[in-house]
Design a protein around this ligand. Sequence first.
Ligand SMILES: [Zn+2]
Length: 457
Amino acid sequence: MWLTDGRRSLLVEGERLARVEEGRRGRRFEAITPGLQDAHAHPLYWGMALRGLDLSGLKDPEEVALKAAERAKALPRGAWLEGQGFLFPKPPPPGLLDRAAPENPVFFRSRDYHSAWINRLAAERAGLTAETEPPEGGAFLRGEDGVPYVLLERAQELVVPHLPPPSPEDLERGLRDFARRGYTAVHAMGYEPPEALDWALGLELPVRLWWALPRGTWRGRAPGWRGDLHLAGVKFFADGALGSRTAWMHTPYPDGSTGMPLDSLEALLEEGEAALRAGFTLAVHAIGTRAVEGVLEVFHRLAPLAREKGLRLRMEHVQHVRDEALPLFSGLPLALSLQPLHLLEDQHLVRAFGLPAREAFRFRSLLSTGLPLALGSDAPVAPPQYALNLEAATRHPLTPEESLSPEEVLLGHTLGAAQAAGWEDYGRLQAGMRADLTLFEGGRPVGRVYRGNLELF
Ligand SMILES: [Zn+2]
């Protein structure tokens, strides 16, 4: 099969690019790129998010309640009504969801996954009463009768076990959605329950999957390719997130706290070394400046072993970086996995918390370290939309000089992501490379080539 963008033509034979030539031959598209990769996502949870009501963009509780009432009419009595994506400027009023859906338990998650809004019936199903105390790391907003109706942070975990459980169908739904958006590969970033790997291995995969297991769950598993799935990494969390003020920072938050380490640096060094010896690379979540610097210190100690094993370490998010940390990146066997689209929301947090704006989302500075940048969405935290990363990265709202060019954003979703995955025959339009391709018209993905097949959306 020949494809062309009008300037050059590609011959796809089986799953490989057989020839790349000047000129026009075959079916024409406005642009043809190496297959887009989402370098950081949670496809099972994205699939679960898609089964619920899409509330994204809604800022008014009344609008959400209207949607809930409409959907509840179509559901059997007693069935869970799930949804996600709202973000309210202030808490919703109590009672609204009870009137909207009196016969269905409702569980709506906020866009950032840090809170959930429930109705009375959902509280009943989960056994929440006026006497229930929130768990550590969680909090409630209570209605007039004292029954919780907004669950913050870990308080959500009181209801989650009562929801329909995650299933292989959710994983498949999530992966198919990535494929429909033009992605040919997804890096699944180790938050899924352990059985999700076995579900993935049982599926006809619509994208290549780079898979990280949560720390503590990798022993007894061997890294390597199984069909289109590459079991490759172990995921660690060096700290929390900005919105919940758990990202581990040098500059304090307004309440004087500085966030917290989650997996200790000692544990990262110890278990990380064992995982590297077993042939897994490490993907370490680090958002705050202190987490980033702590992880860099550990990575410098692990670098000789990673090189010996031919593995590239990964740092996930790398969201806040001090000037003095920048020289510490260079020369490490490391890829930096970033999600520019979080900047669209997090810019407001950076301002509200009074954090140094110039330390936040340093795309240009990080690219200047010489390390590959791999770009992703962190779906379901944000939808896996290439256009959103493009918007956020090319027009940095806090420090315009940290912006990337559109070409650099594309590289982050193709070659950079392939380097982070350790995939040497991906991410370039050259003879001999994998023929995973994304096809564009009007600047948007309209199709892809995957496993030698042309798919148009
Ligand atoms: Zn994530």
